[in-house]
Ligand binder design. Structure first.
Ligand code: CAA
Length: 464
């Protein structure tokens, strides 16, 4: 049975912090953010926005765009790591908001939960909902999977310049116009880790930045190895001598905590795949140095990071490798378009991977690339930690969806925050009603109850 993504919509808040202003205010070289990490703007929520209303706005857009009514939807899942409640699931808030438009109880048949596993949970939600359809349980209905997050780090921390906010809604069904998932190849890896986590009651995460970078690469590589086994054993991909599985993936979408992480991941995965192939010899000759090996090749992530001689040499090797025409060709043709939206918007945690997918569709379409039948590989990573690798093929009908994509007009008129305004929002110095922007035709938060018997109840309205 065919199952996949039929349609996709986004909601990105219009407020943003400019990376150059930010760098200057923090006494940093702006090039570190723009060239080093690939960040030019970070989307910020207004005081009357939260992950639930962003999710509802993305859902409403997909419902309206695809002319859906609530009876067409059998499940609504929200994946987030910006949870609002320890018990009440975010999809219930979203349904409450959607029912303001579609009528009381219009979604009462629609099951779903909130999913959590840092940034990878949206991928698990997509997989589980696809399997709900494959199992014949959907009764002809579609599922909506929404990924919505506010990436927020402590002021002055090294994570602060990798913030962002937004939501992506995806319609999943058995006759998808956009992308059909490849069956029986989805692969995962998992390990109990503390690279990035947010204990109860804490608004910002505890982050071990360089550790999290390396762990991301290792986990995605492990999931890719399993994917490879499955793709070969199911016959999805047949390798000839000297080939790698990545030769058969036309486009790559990676989890993007910042846009250059995609490039880092591509270099890491290509090195891993190519070093056993005849083509590597020529590349090593071009680079002019052998691939460095850590002092303790079987060591821990900590021991590798502490091996400063190896880290310096490995960094040098990666930089040289990334400049080879072999790498550049893969980068330009398979990855670069997926990184554009992240540069403009920042980190969306669960939604980053899917914003990257959307970015690739929009910008490849603009270039005139024929995407029909092309295979997309997805590298999803969530701290804590788990990775998921899966793939799908673009359907011949994809233009129906992609032709109308326009990131700038879908975000709307963006408004730059001063550093003072940004810090006021960040430190929660303004209440929901002290918003910066007027909203039109979208859900906003108007109140959060503070009295004991209804503490935490949130009220939303749809602005006219
Ligand atoms: N001009 C140009 N480039 C510069 C520069 C300058 N003046 N100064 C530094 N750079 C480059 C560096 O060379 C480096 O690039 P390469 O790695 O390609 O060489 C890049 O800028 C970043 O420099 P640092 O590594 O020194 O940056 P940092 O110490 O500030 O840390 C970070 C970066 C670890 C990502 C940090 O921002 C962080 O902790 N972020 C939050 C955690 C995170 O995003 N982890 C990613 C993996 S975990 C995950 O993916 C889950 C998730 O969503 C959080």
């Amino acid at each position: 049975m065919t199952v996949g993504i039929d349609d996709i919509s986004i909601y990105i808040p219009r407020l943003f912090v400019d990376a150059r202003d930010f760098a200057v205010a923090r006494g940093m070289d702006p090039d570190k953010l723009q060239r080093g990490l690939g960040i030019s703007k970070m989307a910020m929520v207004d005081t009357n926005q939260d992950p639930a209303c962003m999710a509802a706005n993305a859902c409403l857009r997909i419902m309206q765009k695809s002319h859906l009514s609530p009876k067409d939807i059998g499940r609504l899942y929200v994946a987030t790591e910006s949870s609002l409640d320890e018990s009440k699931a975010m999809n219930s808030y979203v349904i409450g908001m959607l029912e303001q438009i579609y009528g009381d109880d219009s979604f009462e048949h629609c099951g779903g939960i909130e999913c959590k596993f840092a940034c990878v949970s949206g991928s698990y939600a997509l997989y589980d909902n696809s399997n709900w359809i494959r199992a014949g349980e959907s009764g002809g209905k579609s599922a909506i999977v929404v990924v919505s997050d506010i990436a927020k780090y402590d002021l002055g921390s090294s994570g602060e310049y990798t913030q962002g906010a937004g939501a992506v809604a995806m319609l999943v069904n058995d006759n998808p116009r956009l992308l059909e998932f490849d069956p029986k190849v989805t692969s995962t890896s998992i390990k109990n880790e503390y690279d990035f986590y947010r204990p109860f009651g804490k608004e910002t995460p505890i982050v071990h930045g360089q550790y999290s970078n390396l762990l991301y690469l290792l986990q995605v590589k492990k999931a890719l190895m399993l994917y490879k086994e499955k793709a070969l054993s199911t016959g999805l991909i047949k390798l000839k001598a000297g080939e790698t599985i990545l030769d058969y993936i036309d486009f790559l979408s990676m989890h993007l905590p910042y846009s250059n992480m995609g490039k880092k991941a591509l270099a890491y995965l290509l090195r891993h795949e190519w070093r056993k192939l005849p083509r590597w010899k020529k590349i090593i000759e071009k680079i002019g140095m052998e691939e460095p090996i850590p002092k303790d090749p079987r060591g821990t992530i900590e021991s590798v990071l502490a091996d400063s001689e190896f880290m310096t040499k490995d960094h040098e090797f990666t930089k040289k490798f990334s400049k080879t025409e072999e790498f550049q060709e893969v980068y330009d043709t398979k990855l670069a378009s997926s990184l554009i939206a992240s540069q403009m918007i920042g980190n969306l945690y669960t939604a980053s991977l899917y914003l990257g997918f959307r970015s690739c569709l929009e910008f490849e379409f603009q270039k005139g690339t024929d995407l029909a039948g092309k295979r997309f590989g997805f590298g999803s990573y969530g701290s804590g930690s788990s990775a998921m690798v899966f793939s799908g093929a673009i359907k011949p009908t994809y233009k129906e969806i992609v032709k109308d994509m326009n990131l700038e007009s879908e975000i709307g008129n963006r408004v730059k925050l001063s550093l003072e305004e940004y810090e006021e929002i960040h430190e929660n110095k303004r209440g929901p009603k002290e918003n910066f922007l007027d909203s039109k035709e979208e859900f906003v938060l108007i109140d959060v109850e503070n009295i004991a018997e209804s503490k935490g109840e949130r009220r939303y309205v749809f602005t006219g």
